[in-house]
Design a protein around this ligand. Structure first.
Ligand SMILES: Cc1cc2nc3c(=O)[nH]c(=O)nc-3n(C[C@H](O)[C@H](O)[C@H](O)COP(=O)(O)OP(=O)(O)OC[C@H]3O[C@@H](n4cnc5c(N)ncnc54)[C@H](O)[C@@H]3O)c2cc1C
Length: 389
């Protein structure tokens, strides 16, 4: 039994206003760039500037440090609105929030005052470096090492698939500080300021989708990090990583909902216009059924995502489960709905004359990062059955 679910939500006037403002911004200034960002595969610096100048990047930070102090649901609304136009662009906000969460959750007041103003203004971008070549789903097996040396730590290791790793000025790095401790107590989190001696962007991935979002392999060779940049206490790293994912997975779900809605809108518009057999294809019942299913699935995923964000924000005892349930359902929805959108557009959907093929490629990542769909199922099952260890 998982107990009653009683925390409801209703969007406030401010949330609706913010969502509509960002939707408009995304429609007018981001959507027209989306195809070119995908084609060039270059990080959209102009969109970063736009989101910074419009205070969108300030959403996750406390007001006392130049942020807007937005709750998780509000952040999800913003991510969804941007992803509707361009998933790569939505990742700028998602990853800024993701990488700042360990500091928000476990950082000191001094660290907040030192780092948040530049993150909130968008002057500094942040990245979150957990994954390693040999530690993907099994992230706790990471090997990057941080060795105390006077007032510093020396960090050595390789991080793989780090979004914004090549454009970030601050990287939240998870590293082993005590190899002899129990598996989950070996790890600590550090705020690593880059560029730094010994730090290198070793390579950038060529990807199926979210092509304008840089995914970097980062190497650390005895990089000196002040002990003042340790987040929380030694050994807190794994706990911070898990708490971070609880709060960021609803954001990935929101991204997925945004993609699904974007694809549905294109498909519905196309079905109103395209004629075959002397009639609009939207008059064929098989097309109608597809559109109806796409709409129903997208709406279901959206409501689940908002509910999960509300539960996590409220500190619900099963927030971890909610975050995984939302990411699982929304990611699969985005994949199914974007694939169906290509189907509705027929051969044209398969070409880059229309955005649905890009959306289908972009959707796939929501089933992979921040824990694959298999890992979400493991998390949900563990919540139901209890821990195996
Ligand atoms: C574009 C992109 C951006 C990313 N951004 C970041 C980032 O910013 N920061 C960061 O730290 N990481 C990031 N990642 C890493 C991402 O979170 C990992 O790729 C993901 O967690 C899966 O790890 P893996 O790729 O090593 O796959 P693996 O763990 O090798 O998994 C391979 C397959 O095995 C399955 N599998 C693994 N373990 C189990 C199990 N116990 N039970 C059942 N099935 C299992 C998986 O579901 C998957 O299908 C990013 C990845 C990509 C592709």
């Amino acid at each position: 039994m998982t107990g009653p679910r009683s925390i409801g939500y209703r969007l406030t006037e401010e949330q609706v206003l913010l969502r509509d403002t960002i939707r408009q911004l995304a429609f007018e200034q981001i959507a027209p760039r989306a195809a070119e960002i995908d084609r060039s595969g270059e990080f959209p610096e102009d969109i970063r500037q736009l989101l910074a100048s419009q205070d969108v990047l300030a959403l996750p930070y406390p007001a006392e440090h130049g942020g807007l102090g937005a709750d998780l649901l509000t952040q999800c609304l913003a991510i969804e609105a941007i992803a509707h136009a361009c998933v790569t662009s939505s990742l700028i906000l998602s990853v800024q929030a993701l990488a700042s969460l360990p500091l928000l959750l476990g950082g000191s007041k001094e660290q907040h005052a030192r780092f948040f103003p530049n993150l909130a203004s968008g002057k500094t971008l942040a990245a979150f470096a957990l994954t390693e070549p040999e530690a993907g789903s099994d992230a706790a097996a990471l090997r990057t090492r941080a060795v105390r040396d006077g007032d510093d730590y020396r960090v050595t290791g390789t991080k793989r698939f780090i979004t914004n790793g090549s454009v970030a000025g601050l990287i939240t790095v998870f590293a082993v500080t005590n190899p002899d401790a129990k598996r989950h107590q070996r790890i600590s989190a550090f705020a690593v300021e880059v560029p730094a001696e010994g730090f290198k962007v070793a390579r950038l991935e060529h990807k199926l989708g979210i092509r304008g979002s840089p995914t970097a392999e980062l190497t650390f060779d005895e990089v000196r990090v002040p002990a003042a940049n340790l987040i929380g206490a030694e050994g807190d790293g794994w706990k911070l990583a898990l708490a971070t994912l609880d709060r960021s997975r609803p954001g990935i779900a929101a991204q997925a909902v945004g993609i699904a809605q974007g694809a549905l809108d294109v498909a519905a518009q196309y079905a109103r216009e395209r004629k075959q057999f002397g009639q609009r294809i939207g008059e064929f019942q098989m097309i109608q059924a597809m559109l109806a299913d796409m709409d129903a699935r997208t709406e279901a995923a959206r409501q689940l995502t908002y509910k999960a964000a509300t539960e996590v924000e409220a500190g619900a005892h099963d927030g971890t489960r909610w975050a995984s349930v939302a990411k699982l359902i929304a990611g699969d929805t985005a994949m199914a709905v974007t694939t169906d959108a290509v189907q509705v557009l027929g051969g044209y959907g398969y070409t880059d004359d229309y955005p649905v093929e890009r959306m289908m490629r972009d959707a796939k990542i929501t089933q992979l990062y921040e824990g694959t769909q298999q890992i979400q199922r493991l998390v949900i099952a563990r919540a139901l059955l209890g821990k195996a260890e």
